[in-house]
Design a protein around this ligand. Structure first.
Ligand code: NAD
Length: 457
């Protein structure tokens, strides 16, 4: 076992030291989860629903504590941290409605009765990144539990604190031992052990496309079930007929929320050429007005980046001589700060920031002529997670939403995530869908049973 120092990214102070699990400890967690599965799968639907509601209410009762913990661990602004704790509560409530909903089918066949059962898979490992520790944990955990699986959560090395507390709260809410476990550990050690373990039936992985591909390959030998939520390089497409004031006022939030550390960040803004100059005039004050600072202050909109190493990576996208159109502000002194930054150049396609997922507060703006060019630019990426289209022409909005290769599109809005609608990526942004009414399908296998009603001759 090795120790890991958790750092407050706004102050650079050590918050806590967390022990990282060894492969043997991962094995022991799987053994406990397998044992717990035998009884959890048979808990009556009404009782499982009640336990999930109790879990949700326990999270709600601790929302101040969880939000404050996320502020210290991830540097998220306090208002956002409350949203995150509340999202976990709401996802648990939403899927608490699932165990009692009938899910099997009865299909007409000759000579008998044919029915389907949605069988839980067994032990599910949920591997979580550092950017939204609570929501992403919940999106895997809640439907997996509702379907009758037991869950091991492997939080990111940088952000284990809320996950560890949530594991304690699951027990306090009455969930039996072993049904929810939180295993802090290094990705290539404890995480990889969960991926390779023959008694783990499914991996839910959210993180980088690089590690996602590695995990996909590692799941192949055991034909292990897998959901992948990976990177993004989303386009925010603004047509000349749009409400330009609203488009410009909302564009900073669409990329700089969570300091750009968001898989759905609209990190490419495409603006129709005839309104490009006007849009930039409107965008500049909106970017300068982003309140960057102490995450404990309720007025703060953007906090620091997660770590010194990550800030260095983000800064690499804005080298000396980069075509910076304008920037917002960032505090001086301790903390991993980086100002909101807007890049613009006729040679935008040569910038690494145009092609790669920056995962920081850097956006590139580019002009386009017409719908065809906007579609070509938007789709010129291996990613396909989300995107926005701004236009007053309803037909164009629908045409564009169908043509842009992404799993989650919004017209005249930047909303990508609601726990009651499906979420996930096309192309290399992922595999499978989370959330929404069908999420339990990703945590069950369909079993078809035929019962003969004819007497054997
Ligand atoms: P990461 O891939 O480095 O790590 C994610 C998680 O995987 C961590 O818990 C890590 O410990 C673990 N891990 C690392 N190597 C592993 C291995 N070999 N085997 C098993 N587990 C391993 O990603 P990150 O830097 O924590 O997160 C940022 C990335 O996550 C970005 O690319 C972002 O776009 C993506 N993301 C995607 C979504 C989505 O829903 N599509 C949401 C949030 C973040």
């Amino acid at each position: 076992m090795t120790d890991y120092q958790v750092i407050d990214p706004a102050t650079e102070q050590v918050v806590e030291t967390v022990a990282l699990a060894s492969p043997e400890e991962a094995d022991a967690a799987v053994e406990r989860a397998s044992r717990a599965f035998r009884s959890w799968r048979d808990v009556a639907p009404g009782d499982r629903a009640r336990l999930l509601r109790s879990f949700a209410e326990t999270i709600d009762a601790h929302r101040d504590e969880l939000a404050a913990l996320e502020v210290r661990n991830a540097g998220h602004p306090i208002g956002q941290a409350y949203w995150e704790a509340d999202n976990l509560r709401d996802v648990l409530h939403y899927y608490a409605g699932a165990p009692e909903r009938p899910s099997g089918r009865q299909i007409p066949v000759a000579g008998g009765l044919d029915v389907t059962f949605a069988e839980p898979l067994g032990v599910v490992a949920v591997i979580v990144p550092w950017n939204f520790p609570m929501p992403i944990l919940g999106w895997g955990l809640a439907p997996a539990l509702a379907a009758g699986n037991t869950v091991i959560v492997k939080p990111a090395e940088l952000t284990p604190l809320t996950a560890l507390r949530i594991g304690e709260l699951a027990l306090a809410a009455g969930l039996p031992e072993g049904v929810v476990q939180v295993l802090p550990g290094a990705g290539p050690v404890a995480g990889r052990r969960l991926v390779d373990h023959p008694d783990v039936a499914k991996i839910v992985f959210t993180g980088s496309t690089r590690v996602g591909k590695e995990i996909m390959a590692a799941c192949a030998p055991g034909v292990k079930r897998l959901t992948l939520e990976l990177g993004g390089k989303s386009a925010n497409i603004v047509f000349a007929d749009a409400d330009l004031e609203r488009a410009a006022a909302t564009a900073p939030g669409a990329v700089f929320d969570n300091a750009g550390q968001d898989c759905c960040a609209r990190s490419r803004i495409l603006v129709q050429r005839s309104v490009y100059d006007r849009f930039m005039e409107l965008l500049e004050p909106a970017v300068r007005a982003v309140a960057v600072g102490d995450p404990r202050d309720a007025k703060t909109q953007m906090g620091p980046l997660i770590s010194a190493a990550h800030r260095e990576k983000v800064a690499g996208y804005v080298p000396d001589g980069a075509p910076v159109a304008f920037r917002g502000t960032a505090p001086e002194g301790p903390g991993f700060w980086f100002p909101p930054t807007v890049l613009a150049t006729p040679d935008f396609a040569t910038l690494p920031a145009w092609h790669e997922e920056v995962f920081g507060p850097v956006v590139t703006v580019a002009p386009f002529e017409d719908e065809a060019e906007a579609i070509r630019l938007a789709n010129d990426t291996p990613y396909g997670l989300s995107g926005s289209i701004w236009t007053r022409d309803l037909g164009r909005g629908i045409r564009m939403a169908r043509a842009v290769e992404a799993g989650n599109l919004s017209v005249n809005s930047h909303a990508s995530v609601r726990y009651w609608t499906p979420f996930g990526g096309l192309k290399q942004s992922g595999l499978g869908r989370e959330l929404g009414p069908d999420a339990l399908a990703a945590f069950t296998d369909v079993k078809n049973v035929f019962i003969a009603t004819e007497e054997e001759k």
